[in-house]
Design a protein around this ligand. Sequence first.
Ligand code: G4P
Ligand code: MG
Length: 186
Amino acid sequence: MDDKFYVGYATVHKLVHTLAERLLDSGYDPDVIVAIGSGGFIPARIVKTYINRPIFAVGISYYGIGNIHSDHPQKIQWIDEAQRHLKNKKVLLIDEVDDTRATLSYCVRELLNYEPQEIAVLVLHNKLKPKDDDFPPDIKRYFAGMDIPDVWIKYPWDAENIDEHEACEKAMLERLACASIKKENR
Ligand code: G4P
Ligand code: MG
């Protein structure tokens, strides 16, 4: 057992369900979903189960053409006819994790160039840590399924052995439940 934070498929699905409800309860009814690949793809597809809107996939990376590392994120895949699809639209931007916020903020700024009506940001996990970048003030709606300390999250789609991954998640949840009972009894 390591100190990574294991998240299984069922947990991802339930987090997304709750997030979709929170988003709709806030009165936000998006026109389009933008998924940041690759981590945002599966969460975005699950959101579509609850909020059925077209999904546009974008790719943003520190590695550009020729696999050369850059000091800032850059677009490697973007939306065709972005102006037509985004202008005056309510956008829901989805990624799996808000870590340094560098990729997310960059993507938000790029999308704002197309003058959407609003952009809401939705992530499964937000790491509680100093961020390298911040969102422009235009971003009023931000939804994180869970705030967590700065630990490495093991998502199910990265698992080479999904049975082992599920067992690790179960053991981790039991350990966390035990720790919280001990804390309550102190
Ligand atoms: P941010 O704006 O979303 O915070 O992204 P940041 O640039 O800080 O993240 C760099 C890459 O590191 C992203 O992947 C992000 O998904 C990944 N990452 C950060 N923390 C974790 C973590 O705890 N667990 C996992 N599994 N990944 C993490 P990427 O370069 O976009 O690649 P992809 O995996 O999404 O394809
Ligand atoms: Mg990612």
